[in-house]
Write a protein that binds this ligand. Structure first.
Ligand code: HEM
Ligand code: HEM
Length: 182
């Protein structure tokens, strides 16, 4: 069967809007972080990011298809098999998030929550130098994972000869006959 022309709806609209809004709010929060003058914008971007993550946590349970957490929960077994397939030069293909990408996603959500919660605590003068350190650490941690995430997207697009960025914009992927894992 020729599956080359079969198109599949992978990312629903809420997930796509969530993704690109998260990118924008994180970028704004990060770029305005150092400035006292831009603090209001920083705080608004930070709260927006928190709201987006709250939505995504809900959507992971009530949303559909490939957006559900149950669909891409990265168990150690799945992660190991996936990494091994990369080393063996026969990368497993996932229609939704692959297990390594999924680890990055959960880390991004975790760092995002920590950055927003500690940012709130610093802003409300809860006190303690530790909170400032935590806030900056979580934000930098998130930035590090973002870099890895983008590299992963580029490498994975190249390995499977598919345009993952376009899929996160349009929602559609072309189905292929290859080393399919899910
Ligand atoms: C601040 C920067 C970014 C953050 C915080 C971020 C976060 C995320 C998250 C949380 C997901 C999971 C989507 C979901 O199921 O809800 C995701 C997926 C994805 N992101 Fe990003 N992202 C960022 C930047 C980017 C950029 C710049 C690109 C494009 C080059 C990109 C491309 C993608 C793609 C293609 C996926 C789907 C990956 C797959 O097919 O498994 N992301 N991102
Ligand atoms: C969630 C996304 C956020 C990111 C990525 C982020 C990032 C950062 C970074 C990197 C700094 C350190 C700037 C420096 O070097 O002094 C900072 C400072 C700060 N952020 Fe955020 N932030 C976020 C959310 C928030 C939120 C939601 C609030 C308040 C409700 C907030 C309030 C503050 C305050 C008050 C400071 C100054 C802390 C100080 O005096 O050291 N941030 N932010």
């Amino acid at each position: 069967m020729n599956t080359q022309n079969i198109r599949l709806r992978v990312w629903d609209l809420p997930t796509r809007i969530f993704h690109w809004s998260l990118v924008a709010s994180f970028a704004i929060a990060f770029l305005t972080a150092e400035s006292e003058k831009l603090r209001d914008i920083h705080v608004i971007a930070g709260y927006t990011l928190a709201g987006l993550i709250a939505f995504r946590l809900l959507w992971g349970f009530i949303g559909g298809g490939y957006s559900r957490f149950a669909e891409f929960l990265p168990t150690p077994r799945k992660l190991f098999d996936y990494l091994k397939s990369l080393i063996d030069g026969k990368p497993q293909h996932y229609i939704g998030h692959n297990p390594a990408g999924a680890v990055a996603i959960f880390l991004l959500l975790g760092f995002g929550i920590t950055a927003a919660a500690s940012g709130w605590a610093v802003y409300e003068d809860v006190g303690g130098h530790f909170l400032e350190e935590l806030h900056e650490g979580a934000s930098n941690g998130m930035m590090a994972i973002v870099v890895i995430h983008i590299a992963g997207v580029i490498v994975s697009s190249w390995l499977h000869n598919e345009n993952l960025v376009r899929a996160m914009i349009t929602g559609w992927k072309k189905l292929r006959n290859e080393n399919s894992a899910g």
